[in-house]
Design a protein around this ligand. Sequence first.
Ligand SMILES: Nc1ncnc2c1ncn2[C@@H]1O[C@H](COP(=O)(O)OP(=O)(O)OP(=O)(O)O)[C@@H](O)[C@H]1O
Ligand SMILES: [Mg+2]
Length: 298
Amino acid sequence: MITVTEAFKKFRSRLELTDREQDDASRRHNEIRDYLKTKFDIERDFLTGSYKRWTKTKPLKDVDIFCVLGKKERHRRDKPPADLLKAFEDALVEKYGRDKVSRQRRSVMIEFGVKPDADEDTGGKVMSFDVVPAFDKNTHYEIPDTTTSSGWTETDPEVHHDLAKKAQDGYDGEWKGIVRMTKKWNAFHGKPVKPSFLIEVMALQLLHPPFRGDYRYEIKGFLASLADRIHETWGDPAKLGPPVSDSMDNSARDAAKSKLLAASDAAARAIQLERQGKNGEALKVWRNEVFGPLFPLS
Ligand SMILES: Nc1ncnc2c1ncn2[C@@H]1O[C@H](COP(=O)(O)OP(=O)(O)OP(=O)(O)O)[C@@H](O)[C@H]1O
Ligand SMILES: [Mg+2]
């Protein structure tokens, strides 16, 4: 039987992007860009968000693509943000169909109808993309945001990228792996922490270097710290956008806290079982109560 340490190593590598997934993301990116360029004046476009930073969990979905609009689209900045999103939505519906396209707070999502199997494997396919129309603003961007009063959010993906890289370097190259694992916990439990970017933002402050070399204790401690501080306001690390924690009201935070505490307790129990020599039972607790089917039993 596999040891818990080996299981964590395997789990960690299962959460890495594979070559096939990157090829599929790149193929979809080109396809979406080529199509949208026939509809809008798009100056440049790039993959961004957690996909670009390697903090995305599995199965691979909601890959963010920024479409930076050119001069001919500038007039759209003076109209409501929902109009811009609607224009992108209408264009994408034309290509992908009504049932595959939906409008969100800051983006338009395209689902490709990919269904993961029981082991959460998509066969290297990306499940969905989030298309984000953006305007240049100084050295960063402005994107529609239908839930803020101004209707627009300033954002700087490069700052987020650099902060994640710095955290990763200071943490023996394990910071992103821990973020991906914790996002996996979140997805497996029905996304009590919203948005999942909040987990990454909190990790910038709550994971204190150096990495102590043991995922079990890192995860248990991080879940407990998240529970402890989930009621606080967490700002945009680039100090441009609205608080990243603005999607949860108090009762959502209470619910997230209790799930985080339950997960941290389960982690403590798994560690205890392992100490008692009950390896198989420990593996099951990590899988069934914390991470779900991507955590291996063998
Ligand atoms: N409140 C905010 N202010 C400024 N920028 C933000 C804010 N929230 C998100 N962003 C930026 O937009 C990107 C895309 O947002 P999204 O919610 O998809 O997060 P993500 O990091 O890609 O995580 P996920 O794995 O859930 O897709 C983020 O990576 C971040 O760079
Ligand atoms: Mg994203």
